[in-house]
Design a protein around this ligand. Structure first.
Ligand SMILES: [Zn+2]
Ligand SMILES: [Zn+2]
Length: 282
């Protein structure tokens, strides 16, 4: 899974998920750090309208209209329906970019809405789920989901002859079933995410603004222990990315980097994304 991310609470957060050419949030500096990859972005999914998550949209929209690259590639920005700050940004961008060389579409989403994706051999979609951040700020998280095919669980371990006989009698479809596998879950800014929304995901990105509970004065963001508890309850399969870490911990960057790794009792790797660094994952 290739990811490029930058996340520092209050300043800027964005994550480029290259498999499906998705930019999750668009904090300041996204396009200048993405460089030519800014043209590769097909979808932007905004978690909410705070400046540190949408401040880079102006640059992204502009660069795709002016820099060297395919200026005709369409771009779709998905955002939480009814979000006032995002709507104001949308209006500003529309008024100041009357002649875009490409089609720019804005799509409001509600929890449960699904957006089909084109990339990949198996069908994929993004599904929005609700998050809790600030009471007057509508916010969403997103799952990238792949539709897979498998042998029906009741046939696991069944003798080959039985399976062949069943296919002959009832057809090929009778032995298999489709299921949805979450590949990547992005929570944006939030307090602890309800584990059911990200259940069995392979990779989870969870708000980890505070490493220590006593640093949290208002209930708007999550702590490291809440992020880990959510990932454990959700049975995350591969990795938990703890992002949106406050820059108050800048003096502890080495400690933050050293804290990443495997922990006893956890089935997934824990990675703390150091605030203020460009972080890439291959
Ligand atoms: Zn934020
Ligand atoms: Zn926020």
């Amino acid at each position: 899974m290739r990811l490029l991310m930058y996340s520092k609470a209050l300043y800027s957060t964005w994550i480029y998920y290259s498999a499906d050419r998705i930019l999750f949030d668009a904090g300041e500096g996204a396009s200048s750090i993405l460089g030519n990859k800014a043209f590769a972005v097909r979808h932007v999914f905004l978690s909410h309208g705070h400046a540190d998550h949408i401040g880079g949209l102006i640059g992204l929209v502009n660069i795709r209209n002016n820099a060297m690259g395919d200026r005709e590639k369409e771009l779709t920005v998905h955002y939480p329906k009814g979000n006032y700050l995002v709507t104001e940004m949308m209006n500003f961008i529309a008024r100041t970019n009357r002649r875009l060389s490409y089609s720019l579409e804005w799509v409001p989403l509600q929890p449960g809405d699904r957006i089909g994706l084109l990339a990949g051999q198996l069908p994929r979609y993004v599904e929005a789920f609700p998050t809790v951040h600030v009471h007057n700020e509508v916010s969403l998280g997103y799952n990238v989901v792949e539709v897979r095919h498998r042998l029906k669980p009741e046939l696991a371990g069944a003798p080959q002859e039985e399976i062949v006989a069943r296919v002959k009698a009832e057809g090929k479809e009778s032995i298999s079933e489709y299921y949805d596998q979450k590949l990547f879950s992005y929570g944006g800014d939030s307090v602890a995410i309800k584990p059911a929304y990200v259940a069995d995901t392979e990779v989870l990105c969870h708000d980890t603004t505070f490493l220590d509970e006593e640093d949290r004065k208002e209930y708007k963001h999550a702590t490291l222990s809440e992020a880990i508890a959510c990932a454990r309850e959700a049975r995350v399969k591969k990795e938990l990315f703890c992002f949106h870490i406050s820059s108050r911990y800048n003096a502890r960057l080495r400690e933050i980097e050293a804290a990443s790794g495997r922990y006893d009792g956890l089935d997934f790797k824990v990675t703390l994304v150091p605030p203020g660094r460009i972080y890439s994952v291959d």
